[in-house]
Design a protein around this ligand. Sequence first.
Ligand SMILES: *Cc1c(COP(=O)(O)O)cnc(C)c1O
Length: 391
Amino acid sequence: MNLSINDFKYTYPSERLLMGPGPSNVAPRVLQAMANPCIGHLDPQFLAIMDETQQLLRFLFQTKNPLTIPVSGTGSAGMETCLVNMIEPGDEAVICVNGVFGVRMTEIVQRIGGKLLRVDGEWGRAMDPDLVRRAIKGKQPKMLAVVHGETSTGAFSDLAEFASIARECGAIYVVDMVTTLGGMNVPIDDLNIDVAYSGTQKCISCPPGLSPISFGPKAMEALDKRKTPVVSWYLDMGMVKSYWGNERKYHHTAPINMTYGFREALRIIAEEGLQTRFERHLKHHRALVAGLETMGLSMLVPEKERLPMLNAIKIPEGVDDLQVRRALLNGFGIEIGAGLGPLAGKIWRVGLMGHTSTMRSVLLFLTALETVLKSQGFKARPGAIEAATAV
Ligand SMILES: *Cc1c(COP(=O)(O)O)cnc(C)c1O
């Protein structure tokens, strides 16, 4: 086969303002860390980086759990890790579904051969704990899983409520915090969460590629008591924990440069401080919503259930979804997300995650959206910038 190297020029991706559902913008410091020399995964220097990464990650999860590591893979790999390790064929798993990511969990449980108990909530709302209480009455499921922040709808659920339900029925409590970790307060020990997973590309503002997880004592006990081997060799925490632990038993090769970037992103979070970071996310979310509502747009999710890092905006009547997103990207370099599943064509998903959550992002977006909507014949009411700035 003939191949001309001239057809494969070096590519320079454009600079974008990443205001979609992830990835978010990455601080230059993180990218610089990733450009450092690749060393061996058993090099003492890398072993020290692995240890420090785990310490920083425990700080972020606010946990003492020894097994707190980044799984090699994106957020979905973290989801799969938690489910394949906690569920054996025939085990009953309660999955709360109020968006795309709850659905994804049900698909994994079915592939494992678990006994699925699916509880459907409303898309665009917090998961209703009473629905779950009713569905599990008299049952003793092995696991109860809930998505903290449904990135597909922009709603978050009350983690303490589901923790008490899990305690009452003796289930292992699993929480998806892919979107919320690093942007909302999720102290997993205080919240009695047994298993948590996240992703690097959302509020942690590191490129996609790692999935932080943490397993508490109850999860470790379930791991020890398994009767069957974990169906995934790669994601078997029984083996992976010996690699990240003191034994350093070779399992797979950690993604070296990705780990440099992740450690740097965690250092940035520690420098900023957790509370300051959560308040920053909330403030910019409020500013954005104030601007949008002043323009005459409305949000999908009721105020008290809105995620600070993911804003679902209802697309006004007569406005073309795709044309608006194209115009924002091509004219302003701003990426936003489309609706998924039943919400496709009905909402835009605007992220203010991690490094992207700034007043500058809010003001640029409001200005750009106003301009684009005007070309679509939608006349925004004036005063959005003033309303956002007033927050
Ligand atoms: C993004 C996301 C995932 C999946 O993460 P990937 O990095 O895309 O694999 C899972 N759950 C939630 C809530 C998410 O927002």
